[in-house]
Write a protein that binds this ligand. Structure first.
Ligand code: AMP
Length: 111
């Protein structure tokens, strides 16, 4: 996807603060963090949203969430995973991404 922001990050055309990478996924710090820990986890392959991603990639992302939570020190106290989807979900970047948020207590529902 030539004009996709997160595809450009995967290709290294836009810099990112990378925290994890393997053949399938990339994780990097959100540029406008909403919590002390705010990491975006994306598949390297382009999927518009959770509605398109295949089960194998999604399952791998779940495995990586656990690894990141442990490595980032937020597993013990807990964290939030957010997958904004579509217009009403206010998804601004049309490349599937998990927001992984932690490091403080976060009210629910969000504002
Ligand atoms: P969403 O609104 O769920 O689509 O989330 C998109 C997220 O991408 C927002 O939290 C932005 O702060 C974040 N973001 C946008 N551009 C960048 C970038 N270049 N590097 C890191 N995060 C970004």
């Amino acid at each position: 996807m030539d004009n996709c922001l997160f595809c450009k990050i995967v290709r290294g055309e836009i810099p990112s603060s990378k925290v994890y990478e393997d053949d399938t996924v990339l994780a990097f710090r959100d540029i406008e963090p909403q919590a002390p820990v705010h990491v975006l986890l994306i598949p390297k392959e382009h999927f518009d949203s959770i509605l398109e991603v295949d089960e194998k990639t999604f399952a791998h992302m779940k495995t990586v969430v656990k690894k990141l939570a442990v490595d980032l020190g937020i597993a013990e106290n807990g964290f939030r995973v957010v997958i904004n989807t579509g217009r009403d979900g206010q998804q601004s970047v049309k490349h599937l991404h998990f927001h992984i948020l932690g490091g403080r207590s976060m009210q629910w529902p969000p504002g």
